[in-house]
Every structure is written in structure tokens, then in C-alpha cells.
Design a binder for this molecule. Structure first.
Ligand code: MG
Length: 289
């Protein structure tokens, strides 16, 4: 199932997307329930009834989880070639420990960074001239838990979406914790919608990123260093994961700092991320007013 959070005449709705008909059928949810986005559907024995479908061209797409209830968990350096390019870049405060980490590197982005597909990412040149993109598969947790085993981890996955883990590289490098460089306003485009876990074969899912139609990242989720069960087992060892948690699983090689000289984003650029089985997340980058 492909599930979207949308705005219809200014009201937030959560619905089932039909790409053949280009429609969305909203679920019969209260306004308070719909305010949570697709999280409103997690943990239900049966889904709520569907209302009449509406053309996708008549709704505004919001992020599937417009405001996560807490920080988005993120994995750093989780594809081999990207781990090497980042360690070489000079911005990797963890490089002394080796390019490829022994254990998953976990950081987070604040919930207010989330914006939907098509919304502008704001570049503030007074804060950072070194803005970069990172195409990532994001996991949405369904069943919470602590001490989740590797073997049972996938039972806790409700679905997936796409995020662009936008990063201010100079801030990431200056502070050994990455939170500031990763949590600038608008730095987490998410969407365009979520898909349920059954829609994705983690062993073979293509992930691509284009900047102004130039292919920059082209990889596959089978190439993750730490797979999703390992990430869930690691995170939940002593930290209780909760329904609606979002985990961005890391980006492949081909980010802007992988080039010499680096290719940072500038106002007017458009970043398009495609993940097979999910869809296309596309955002313009614009100078902050
Ligand atoms: Mg990342």
C-alpha cells in the first residue's frame, strides 16, 4: 500500500494512493488522528473505511509524517563507497577511527526539519555555504520495543519513505556532533509518501539522486554496511523504539563533497531522489530571505 498525508482545502487527510488512477482515497479519520499523518494508521488491526477518491492533482502533498513526535534517527557512513569519500573529504570528525565504522554511527535531526516533496529547502549563506544532499531510504517503525533481536527486527518495521538528509558540511565538520549541521530549518525533505513494508525488497532496491537532472548517486539498498535489522537491534538495545519513529539508513556515494572541488548546492538547484517501489522526492533549493 502507498499511503500519503495530504492537504485538501486546507484540511489534513491521510489516504490510500492509487497511481494508476492518479487518485487518493482519504481514510475516515478524525482531524486529531489525521494530524499525525500516516502514523495514525500504525498499530490498527484493520484500517479505517475509505472515503471517495480525489484526483492527486487536487490535493497538496505533505510529508507522510509532517512532524515526527521526536528526533529522526539517522545512520552515518553506511555505504562502503560513501564512507571512503566522506573520510577523504576533510569534514569527517570520525575519520581517525577509520573510514568504515565498526559500529553504526547514529545521529539525529530535529522534527522541525521535515518538509514535504516540492517544498523549498532554504540555503542561508550567512550560516553555511556548504550545503549538500544525501538520498536515503527511511524506515518507519510500527511496533515499538527495547532489546529487539536481529532475527525479529523486521517485525517492527511498518513501512518506508524517502528522505534527503540535507547537510551543512562545514557545520558538520566544525562540531564533532553532527546535529547542528544536520538540523538546519527545512533540512529533512520527506516523502512523497510512505509504502508499507511488503512493498520493498531490501535485498534489491535501487536508490538514485539527481541534481538538476545530473545523476549523482546510483546505488542499491543491498549495499548497506549495516542492514536494517542490525540498525534496529543496535538502536533498541537500551533505547525503547516507539511506533512512528523514523530511521534514515544512510546515503550512498556521490554526495557533493565526494567531488574535487566539492559540488555544493546553490539557489535554483533541484534535487530529485528516486527509490524503486516508493516514488520520487523532489525539492528546489532557494536562498533564505
Ligand atoms: Mg545521511
Amino acid at each position: 500500500m502507498r499511503l500519503a498525508t495530504v492537504s485538501i482545502n486546507g484540511e489534513r487527510r491521510v489516504g490510500l494512493v492509487d497511481l494508476d488512477d492518479r487518485t487518493i482515497a482519504p481514510f475516515d479519520l478524525t482531524m486529531d488522528e489525521a494530524a499525525k499523518g500516516v502514523v495514525a494508521l500504525i498499530g490498527r488491526e484493520t484500517l479505517p473505511p475509505l472515503l471517495s477518491p480525489i484526483g492527486l492533482d487536487r490535493v497538496r502533498i505533505e510529508a507522510p509524517i509532517p512532524r515526527p513526535f521526536r528526533n529522526i534517527f539517522c545512520v552515518g557512513k553506511n555505504y562502503y563507497e560513501h564512507a571512503e569519500e566522506f573520510a577523504r573529504s576533510g569534514f569527517d570528525s570520525s575519520a581517525a577511527a577509520g573510514a568504515v565504522p565498526k559500529f553504526p554511527i547514529i545521529f539525529s535531526k530535529v522534527p522541525e526539519t521535515v518538509i514535504p516533496s516540492a517544498a523549498a529547502v532554504r540555503i542561508d549563506p550567512k550560516v553555511s555555504p556548504a550545503i549538500d544532499y544525501e538520498a536515503e531510504l527511511a524506515v518507519i517503525i510500527g511496533k515499538g520495543g527495547r532489546g529487539i533481536s536481529h532475527e525479529r527486527a523486521m517485525e517492527h518495521v511498518w513501512g518506508y519513505t524517502i528522505v534527503n538528509d540535507v547537510t551543512a558540511r562545514d557545520l558538520q565538520g566544525r562540531h564533532s556532533q553532527w546535529l547542528i549541521g544536520k538540523s538546519q530549518d527545512t533540512f529533512c525533505p520527506m516523502g512523497p509518501w510512505a509504502v508499507t513494508a511488503d512493498e520493498i525488497d531490501l535485498g534489491n532496491t535501487g536508490i538514485r539522486c539527481f541534481v538538476n537532472d545530473e545523476l549523482r548517486q546510483n546505488s542499491n539498498t543491498r549495499l548497506l554496511i549495516f542492514d536494517i535489522p542490525t540498525i534496529i537491534a543496535t538502536l533498541s538495545e537500551g533505547l525503547t523504539l516507539q511506533p512512528g519513529d523514523v530511521i534514515a539508513t544512510g546515503t550512498p556515494a556521490g554526495v557533493g563533497i565526494g567531488f574535487d572541488p566539492p559540488k555544493y548546492l546553490k539557489s535554483g538547484d533541484v534535487v530529485r531522489i528516486e527509490i524503486d517501489g516508493i516514488g520520487v522526492l523532489e525539492n528546489p533549493f532557494e536562498a533564505a530571505a
